[in-house]
Design a protein around this ligand. Structure first.
Ligand SMILES: *[C@@H]1O[C@H](CO)[C@@H](O)[C@H](O)[C@H]1NC(C)=O
Ligand SMILES: *[C@@H]1O[C@H](CO)[C@@H](O)[C@H](O)[C@H]1NC(C)=O
Ligand SMILES: *[C@@H]1O[C@H](CO)[C@@H](O)[C@H](O)[C@H]1NC(C)=O
Ligand SMILES: *[C@@H]1O[C@H](CO)[C@@H](O)[C@H](O)[C@H]1NC(C)=O
Ligand SMILES: CC(=O)N[C@H]1CO[C@H](CO)[C@@H](O)[C@@H]1O
Length: 313
């Protein structure tokens, strides 16, 4: 009994020393607290949990990417949180969460990042997001789930923001989303291998460091690879346009597009013009579609499953 207790004490001391070391490596701003994740084995010494409250600027003064994170959380209420250039370059985190009223992202803020779940929201009220220069933010990154909830995008955004990125599921929910500019990019095909990691980091499993490092050339713009593209209750128009389909998306690898609960009533001519190679499922459930232009679906010749239930047709 006593021996067991001593062993436990010894292990927890060993752990706290390691956790302490990981946190010290960061030399965190005073708004941030670093601790071990609760309920995880004492042996997972990489399971660092960092939470920052009312931080307004994230700068490269701190080496954020020095350690691996289980959870990294930023809560900034009624203020701006500005991420400087490249602050989270090469970061490795299972869950990264921003609960921020006005999030301002700069070029390459998440370059080469490896993220399980990236959640951007603002409680149950609408927060705002600002892509400072409308330029590459996520290039070279692999993200399992990128999730925007209760966010006002304020304006049409450039698809360059998501160029050279591999995302399993991109979800925009209960937000105000105005679509993409579909600016033509100089795209270089077949660039998956240029990304640093070759697989998704499942955010609900233990962090794994077994990944291949592949070199990355930042001077080029590459396509966006997505498996599922979901916009629910967020499209800010009743007349769906091609702007909701980024032109740099590799539709050949996309398995599902879901645009449900969006109050869309019109499908215009050639609205799916970028989807010529899309052969997955297109789900338009629970809209108010009653006007479909005769040329609305002409570009969709490979689509496998089209779901138009719960509409006004
Ligand atoms: C970052 O470091 C520079 C130079 O050391 C300093 O002037 C600046 O105030 C720091 N910024 C923040 C947000 O700490
Ligand atoms: C917050 O950012 C916006 C730009 O998005 C700017 O106009 C405003 O002045 C900023 N507010 C503060 C308190 O820095
Ligand atoms: C839908 O929007 C497109 C592009 O803005 C426009 O050309 C078209 O007339 C609109 N359709 C309807 C039915 O309002
Ligand atoms: C098509 O999608 C609907 C709704 O998601 C599903 O119920 C149906 O089984 C799918 N059909 C095929 C052939 O995949
Ligand atoms: C970055 C980091 O802290 N990596 C450590 C994770 O844990 C293993 C042992 O469990 C160490 O060998 C790594 O250095």
């Amino acid at each position: 009994m006593l021996i067991g207790y001593c062993v436990l004490l010894f292990l927890s001391n060993l752990f706290s020393i390691n956790a302490q070391t990981a946190c010290n490596l960061l030399n965190l701003p005073r708004e941030c607290q670093c601790q071990r994740t609760r309920h995880t084995s004492l042996f997972f010494i990489n399971e660092t949990y960092v939470r920052c409250r009312q931080l307004t600027e994230i700068t490269t003064n701190h080496s954020w990417s020095n350690i691996l994170y289980d959870r990294l959380i930023f809560e900034t209420f009624q203020d701006n949180l500005t991420l400087h250039q490249s602050v989270f370059a090469n970061i490795f985190v299972r869950t990264l969460r921003f609960n921020v009223q006005n999030l301002i992202l700069n070029d390459y803020s998440f370059q080469n990042a490896y993220i399980g779940q990236l959640m951007i929201s603002y409680n149950d009220i609408r927060g705002r997001i600002n892509f400072q220069n409308n330029y590459q933010i996520f290039s070279g990154s692999i993200i399992t789930n990128l999730y925007f909830k209760f966010i006002d995008f304020q304006t049409i955004i450039s698809e360059i923001i998501f160029s050279n990125t591999r995302i399993h599921t991109l979800t925009i929910q209960s937000s105000k989303f105005y679509g993409f500019t579909n600016k033509k990019l100089e795209t270089i095909p077949n660039t998956l291998s240029k990304l640093k990691y070759d697989s998704f980091l499942e955010y609900d499993y233990s962090l794994s460091t077994n990944f291949k490092k592949i070199s990355y050339e930042p001077e080029h713009s590459y396509p966006l690879y997505l498996t599922r593209y979901t916009i629910i209750s967020s499209i800010n128009t009743i007349n769906l346009t091609e702007n909701y389909f980024p032109n740099n998306l590799d539709y050949n690898h996309l398995e599902e597009i879901e645009l449900s609960f969006n109050q869309i009533n019109t499908l215009d001519a050639h609205v799916f013009r970028y989807l010529k190679e899309f052969h997955g499922r297109l789900i338009l459930l629970h809209n108010e579609i009653y006007h479909i232009d005769p040329y609305a679906f002409v570009d969709l010749y490979l689509v496998k499953n089209l779901s138009l239930a719960k509409n006004f047709i």
